[in-house]
Design a protein around this ligand. Structure first.
Ligand SMILES: *[C@@H]1O[C@H](CO)[C@@H](O)[C@H](O)[C@H]1NC(C)=O
Ligand SMILES: *[C@@H]1O[C@H](CO)[C@@H](O)[C@H](O)[C@H]1NC(C)=O
Ligand SMILES: *[C@@H]1O[C@H](CO)[C@@H](O)[C@H](O)[C@H]1NC(C)=O
Ligand SMILES: *[C@@H]1O[C@H](CO)[C@@H](O)[C@H](O)[C@H]1NC(C)=O
Ligand SMILES: *[C@@H]1O[C@H](CO)[C@@H](O)[C@H](O)[C@H]1NC(C)=O
Ligand SMILES: *[C@@H]1O[C@H](CO)[C@@H](O)[C@H](O)[C@H]1NC(C)=O
Ligand SMILES: *[C@@H]1O[C@H](CO)[C@@H](O)[C@H](O)[C@H]1NC(C)=O
Ligand SMILES: *[C@@H]1O[C@H](CO)[C@@H](O)[C@H](O)[C@H]1NC(C)=O
Length: 421
């Protein structure tokens, strides 16, 4: 059913009913997508209705709640939502927002974006509904999966991507089948990603769950993440990140990096990851950096983590390289310093449960293993591997630690750069 365009402002005005109880709290307005002519049958193009609703909510002089009604599916083409908005805004997703299934719909558009939200502060997304990237055709065409030409080498769209934001929370919704990463924050601060269910098949390429880039003061907790890539990943210049109460798997685990790609300077500090259950993942907790990079990964703590059949439960790799980029031996490296692994137990799918492959020029320092017990899935002792890895142990450590106690004199006494210097 098409609503005459001339009626839309009237409908919108009717929807702008102030919900504030007299004298209690702030006045609010509730808008729904349907007020703006959205159909919600999963087939119609509800993009313009969504944009109109967003623009009305964002311009509202009172706090607005923009509702995506339950029981309906709204098909939305790539969308660029811009802030700042006048007041706090809540996007209450009870129904489903779905992407077009065919990559061809991105012709003439930026292929890396679907729901892209730029420059928005004080936005919360919640409501129990679903954001569905319908990525299967993207995965099928990816060169990572399709071995015959033509295949797609370019990065597919990130499902939900915030750039330049502050005070954004995404809580209590499902993000599924992203063409690429599911939820991304770039250059944001004061961010929350809690009570989420993120789901994509274990063999879907690059479908990271939650990804942080140049973002600080972050809380990621109480999430179930099942993907084809990292459950949580963070790259350059992230700091003060708390990851807690996560179930991860299948997927590639929880990853810091890759850092220092193509000789860049990346700095990551003050990250605490605790109380996580990783099942059938290719990595558990991982720090990876490219040779030739600069910057550091400093003050990281991984605590209370249970691994079930994880291929590389604990891994620091300063020699990271993927096939797409040629990797030369280089002396420069991203410094890895002060990393603690505490109360980590469970099983490894491979014999080598602990791997610290650090750089000759910039060894890993102040590593600590405390109360670690990793054995092989199905029984048997696991082993550890250390190269240029220095630090200490406490409590029981199984497999036995291979950390060297003391860094060579010439390698001591360098303090990391400050993030803000
Ligand atoms: C759907 O609507 C949006 C916004 O008007 C437009 O950009 C897009 O091209 C439309 N898609 C199709 C297939 O018409
Ligand atoms: C991080 O964000 C910057 C833009 O600020 C972008 O140029 C860069 O490619 C991003 N890095 C990753 C690994 O996503
Ligand atoms: C991190 O900060 C450095 C120095 O300010 C900058 O050169 C680099 O591009 C930043 N990296 C990212 C991923 O934002
Ligand atoms: C690597 O950096 C150089 C110079 O900074 C730039 O010209 C080149 O395009 C970069 N390569 C990639 C793959 O990003
Ligand atoms: C782990 O993988 C195995 C083999 O694919 C599968 O049988 C098992 O159900 C998986 N476990 C979980 C908890 O998903
Ligand atoms: C453990 O993981 C391996 C490969 O990652 C898989 O082949 C195997 O079935 C899994 N075992 C169990 C018991 O889940
Ligand atoms: C890098 O160094 C290693 C160990 O010295 C050597 O085996 C390898 O061939 C070198 N790789 C390149 C690309 O030079
Ligand atoms: C390590 O875990 C295994 C398997 O759960 C258990 O049998 C063993 O007693 C534990 N070792 C220590 C030292 O706690």
């Amino acid at each position: 059913m098409a609503i005459p365009v001339s009626l839309l402002p009237l409908l919108a005005a009717t929807a702008l009913v102030a919900l504030g109880f007299s004298g209690v709290g702030e006045a609010r307005v509730l808008l729904t997508l349907d007020d703006f002519g959205a159909v919600g049958d999963g087939i119609a193009n509800d993009t313009q209705a969504f944009l109109d609703a967003w623009n009305a909510a964002c311009a509202s002089t009172e706090q607005a709640v923009l509702a995506v009604p339950a029981g309906k599916t709204y098909q939305i083409w790539p969308l660029h939502l811009a802030g700042p908005c006048r007041k706090k805004l809540k996007l209450l997703i009870a129904g489903t927002i779905a992407a077009p299934a065919s990559p061809d719909e991105w012709a003439g558009r930026d292929p890396t974006k679907w729901l892209y939200i730029y420059g928005v502060d004080d936005l919360s997304i919640s409501g129990g509904g679903t954001i569905d990237g319908r990525g299967s055709e993207w995965w099928a065409r990816s060169c990572k999966r399709k071995k015959t030409k033509p295949c797609n080498t370019r990065a597919p769209p990130k499902a939900v991507h915030f750039e330049e934001c502050r005070g954004v929370s995404v809580q209590g919704v499902t993000l599924q089948n992203g063409p690429q990463f599911h939820l991304v924050f770039t250059r944001c601060s004061d961010v929350k990603a809690n009570f989420l269910r993120v789901a994509a098949p274990g063999d879907s390429p690059n479908t990271d769950g939650i990804h942080l880039n140049d973002t600080s003061h972050v809380e990621i907790k109480d999430n179930l993440i099942m993907t084809g890539d990292d459950c949580v990943s963070m790259v350059g210049n992230c700091s003060d990140v708390r990851v807690k109460d996560i179930s991860c798997g299948p997927g590639h685990g929880i990853s810091i990096g890759s850092l220092g790609k193509n000789r860049t300077t990346d700095r990551v500090q003050n990250v605490k990851v605790d109380t996580c259950l990783l099942t059938n993942t290719t990595n558990g907790v991982r720090i990876k950096s490219w040779q030739g990079g600069m910057g550091f990964a400093y003050n990281l703590r991984f605590e209370s983590i249970v691994m079930k059949n994880v291929s590389n439960p604990i891994i620091i790799d300063q020699y990271y390289c993927d096939q797409a980029t040629p990797c030369a031996n280089q002396t420069q490296a991203v410094r890895v310093r002060k990393v603690e692994f505490v109360d980590i137990r469970g099983t490894s799918a491979t014999k080598q449960a602990v791997k610290f492959a650090c750089s000759d020029a910039v060894p890993c320092r102040e590593l600590e293993l405390k109360n670690v017990n990793l054995t092989m899935e199905g029984g048997g002792a696991a082993s550890g591997f250390c190269y240029m890895a220095y630090g200490k142990t406490a409590g029981t450590v199984v497999p036995p630690s291979c950390l060297a106690k003391r860094a060579p004199r010439m390698l001591r006494d360098t303090t990391p750069d400050r993030l803000d210097s």
